[in-house]
Design a binder for this molecule. Structure first.
Ligand code: PLP
Ligand code: COI
Length: 353
């Protein structure tokens, strides 16, 4: 792999005492090209603009998929990726559904490790902070007819990440717009899934909500997910999450929380979850908590769920009684190498230089 290092690091402009999400990008990026049926020209180079033909299918037909993953530091500055093979497998499942070439494992893993190694100074050190890594695959060149491209580019960039949301969330159960439909691409991280959520999300923002709680497209009675999060509801001492299907992104954080909760002896149910069960649960005081989870967000609890223009306030539990906070700590402790990794999720990054 060719490596061209920057002559002028931008890290001095980065304020590690005030990290938000996505405002600064690390010094380098990884690129690999798919041309004439072969992957070639893998390289790491300084982060910067790329040149693409204006008729690249990524612009016209949205042939683009991506991933989100994180690198964490422990107290000795060792670097750990969290379950990177899961992201590798998922980007290829997304690629297959969007008629794009699969990325070979050696390109994904080698590109990822070398890039994060070169940019390891960009990984924040504080508990709960990390380097958010964005691998993505886009269709380039091609002709303007609605056909998949012949050439593709796989890239990885990264950004220091603090908390994605500063506060508990107000979410609105959606009954007009849909994020996905059976047989569609909801289970993938296709770029278009996000573009199509922006408009209904803005409408929700205008009414004072942070995010939409999506329901199934045909009946709007079954809960699916929220924003860029899978969701959990703690009802009658059971932790319930909608079972992954082709409408829902099969979240790596969600899977990890299910495993951690089960190990803690919590009853977890992955199943269809009706809106009515949530509203009744709140009305009858049986719903103790609801929260969303995802790589960028980690875990964030909800304070309001809105349904048909009525705000339902969730119990104001003290922090030490919150299951979401307990599970978040268990997860972050594993990610930061502060607790035993019983599940084998940590991936220690080697030093190349
Ligand atoms: N659902 C959507 C739509 C997402 O964008 C994400 C974020 O990646 C998730 C759920 C959570 O998935 P993961 O935990 O793998 O990041
Ligand atoms: C992630 O959590 O990785 C996401 O996909 C969120 C991102 C769209 C900001």
């Amino acid at each position: 792999m060719k490596i061209k290092k920057t002559l002028c690091s931008r890290i001095k402009n980065m304020n590690f005492n005030n990290i938000s999400f996505g405002n600064h990008y690390s010094d380098h990026m990884f690129c690999s090209e798919f041309k004439n049926g072969k992957w070639k020209n893998s390289m790491i180079k300084p982060f910067g603009d790329i040149m693409l033909s204006p008729i690249s299918p990524v612009f016209h037909y949205g042939q683009a998929v991506f991933e989100g993953m994180k690198a964490y530091k422990d107290k000795k500055n060792h670097v750990f990726l969290f379950r990177p093979k899961e992201n590798f497998n998922r980007i290829n499942q997304s690629a297959i559904r969007l008629e794009m070439p699969k990325i070979p494992e050696y390109i994904f893993m080698e590109g990822l490790q070398r890039l994060i190694d070169i940019d390891r100074n960009w990984i924040p050190k504080k508990y709960g902070e990390s380097l958010y890594i964005r691998p993505f695959l886009i269709a380039k060149n091609g002709i303007l007819s609605a056909k998949p491209a012949k050439d593709y580019m796989f890239m990885i960039v990264s950004t220091p990440a603090g908390s994605y949301y500063k506060n508990p969330l107000k979410v609105k159960i959606e009954e007009i717009y849909s994020r996905s439909a059976p047989g569609g691409v909801g289970f993938t991280k296709a770029a278009g899934n996000y573009a199509s959520s922006f408009y209904p999300t803005r409408l929700a923002h205008e009414k004072g909500y942070d995010q939409i709680l999506w329901t199934d497209s045909s009946t709007h009675t079954k809960i699916e997910e929220s924003g860029t999060m899978n969701v959990f509801f703690w009802i009658k001492n059971k932790l319930i999450t909608p079972k992954a299907n082709d409408n829902i992104l099969n979240g790596i954080t969600c899977k990890s929380i299910i495993s951690i909760a089960k190990k803690e002896g919590i009853v977890v149910e992955e199943r269809e979850l009706n809106v009515s069960e949530i509203i009744e649960g709140i009305r009858e005081g049986e719903l103790k908590e609801a929260f969303g989870c995802g790589t960028a967000v980690v875990i964030n609890f909800f304070e309001i769920i809105s349904y048909r223009n009525k705000n339902f306030f969730l119990p104001k539990l003290p922090i030490h009684q919150r299951l979401s906070i307990k599970l978040k700590k268990k997860l972050l402790d594993i990610q930061h190498n502060l607790s035993k990794d019983d599940f084998g999720w940590r991936f220690r990054l080697k030093k190349y230089f």
